[in-house]
Ligand binder design. Structure first.
Ligand code: AMP
Ligand code: MN
Ligand code: MN
Ligand code: MN
Length: 285
């Protein structure tokens, strides 16, 4: 398998990124990416523009999405690659997944107001490119703009994780449904940034078993969320569960994301890259 510079995970203004799809495509191209996917959270609104921009600048493209899932008491993200963005069941499932976000954003705002920071709902909505996708990231940016914190990472630590004033638990899609929607839309389902979850070893094993049992096919081995040791660990789990290996920068914004779009090293040897099974789904430039 020849080395291919692929970035199969990033976000646009359709979810919680700050760049529109066209600027992401140009940035990926400028950074030497050959195969790109825009994987906005729970929404497909950016796909048409991303595919057109990729074609215009000579990038191969896979339609993508990152689905929010609740599993064993935590939020897990499942990336779908090579999906048909016009698939009805996927579109409807994502709409259901997004539906609770507005109420959650209001409750987050109430929690922050009780901690002394008024106006979060309006502030976050004003920063969101898509009114259906008001995320914790938008609240984090709002608190940075307010001068409360120096950067979004500090906001998350102090305000937006479990036990903090702006945290509101949310019931997302089931793992079963997310994998089924992605497969039904012709795509490959991938566990995103597995080291980010706070599972016990047995819970993590259960996640991988359930995911593979539902027909999930891949795992992100290379992501900025992983240390070198964690990348090796998930390379091992990929082999154990016969999963395809994926890689992506999870780029959200210049100056905010620690890793630039397209700047990941090649996948470790001995793994089958996820694009090996997606040839037919690639939109060639
Ligand atoms: P939500 O789907 O509204 O819960 O927002 C989740 C998003 O918050 C993720 O996709 C990340 O972009 C961002 N996020 C989560 N944890 C952190 C963190 N510790 N630092 C910065 N951003 C984070
Ligand atoms: Mn995000
Ligand atoms: Mn994620
Ligand atoms: Mn992401």
């Amino acid at each position: 398998m020849p080395a291919l510079k692929a970035d199969l995970h990033c976000h646009s203004t359709a979810s919680d990124g700050t760049l529109p799809p066209e600027q992401l495509a140009a940035r990926a191209k400028a950074n030497g990416v050959a195969l790109w996917s825009l994987t906005d959270h729970d929404v497909l609104d950016g796909q048409r523009r991303a595919a057109a921009a990729a074609a215009a600048c000579g990038l191969d493209y896979l339609c993508g999405v990152e689905v929010s899932v609740s599993f064993a008491g935590q939020t897990v993200h499942i990336v779908g690659l090579g999906i048909d963005p016009d698939n009805d069941a996927l579109t409807a499932g994502l709409a259901d997944t997004r539906a609770g976000r507005d109420r959650r954003a209001r409750e987050m705002s109430d929690g922050l107001a009780a901690a002394g920071f008024e106006g979060g709902y309006d502030g976050a909505c004003a920063l969101a490119g898509n009114p259906q996708m008001v995320t914790r990231t938008h609240f984090a940016r709002w608190l940075v703009v307010q001068g409360v914190c120096a950067d979004t990472h500090e906001v998350f630590r102090r305000f937006l994780v479990r036990g903090k004033p702006g945290y509101v638990p949310q019931q997302w899609a089931t793992l079963h449904d997310a994998v089924a929607w992605i497969r039904g839309a012709g795509g490959v389902a991938v566990i995103a940034h597995p080291a980010r979850y706070r599972y016990s070893a047995s819970e993590e094993w259960a996640l991988f078993e359930a995911f593979a049992g539902y027909g999930g096919r891949g795992v992100e081995v290379l992501t900025p969320s992983h240390t070198t040791a964690e990348a090796e660990k998930y390379a091992g789990l990929a082999r154990e569960f016969a999963l395809l290996a994926s890689c992506g920068s999870d780029f959200h914004s210049p100056g905010e994301s620690r890793v630039e779009l397209g700047s990941l090293p090649p996948l470790p040897a001995g793994l089958t890259p996820v694009w090996a099974e997606l040839h037919a789904r690639v939109r060639r430039a």
